[in-house]
Design a protein around this ligand. Structure first.
Ligand code: SF4
Length: 199
């Protein structure tokens, strides 16, 4: 619906089922599950039209690809869900979330600041705000101003991470840490404390 809005075509809640029929991709779902997913998707879309429908005409870009050149040889590529103009004329970078796509808030915040840098590089226009729109029924939506200091910090973090990858400077943590909880390599690295042996 945001893509159509960019082209000047405005949809409304009555298009929800049609949108789902065209876009819901569930090749491995059995029929009952597919029906359930389709109903949930249509419900979420209608809810979105109810809460954000008036803002849809102010869509500037939908699913915009950006690249951030952090340091020589280090480029971050990402896709911004939505860029929209607020009624205050400020420009917001928006990320859609749902419980299924949940990730730690500070990660989202860093990610959106990276996107803000990328958007500025691409268009020459600086965004003012970052927003996280939660699509769930009781989902929390957050909005905050872009902090220049955080933009600098995030750039530096990425540059440092790139350098560590390049020099293979990736030491294993001495003990189980917060990062280990979400680490993809945990099975290769160590046992969770209390789950048997290991550190
Ligand atoms: S589990 Fe992952 S984060 Fe934790 S020490 Fe091992 S590699 Fe590092």
């Amino acid at each position: 619906m945001h893509k159509k809005a960019v082209d000047g075509e405005l949809l409304d809640a009555s298009d929800a089922e049609d949108l789902v029929a065209r876009h819901l991709h569930t090749p491995f779902a059995y029929p009952e599950l597919r029906t359930k997913l389709a109903q949930a998707a249509a419900k979420a879309i209608k809810r979105y039209f109810g809460t954000h429908g008036e803002e849809i005409p102010r869509t500037v870009h939908s699913e915009k690809q950006v690249q951030v050149h952090v340091a020589p040889g280090i480029t971050v590529v990402g896709r911004i869900d939505l860029i929209r103009r607020l009624d205050t004329d400020e420009l917001a970078i928006v990320d859609f979330k749902s419980t299924d796509r949940a990730q730690a808030e500070d990660v989202t915040r860093d990610q959106l600041h990276v996107y803000a840098v990328g958007y500025g590089e691409l268009t020459g226009e600086n965004a003012d705000l970052i927003e996280v729109l939660n699509l769930d029924e009781a989902g929390k939506t957050t909005r905050e101003e872009i902090e220049d200091s955080l933009l600098t910090e995030v750039r530096e973090d990425i540059r440092k991470a790139g350098e560590e990858l390049r020099t293979n400077d990736l030491p294993r943590l001495n003990a189980w840490g917060e990062q280990c909880e979400r680490c993809d390599l945990v099975a290769l690295c160590r046992e969770k404390p209390g789950s048997g042996h290991g550190s």
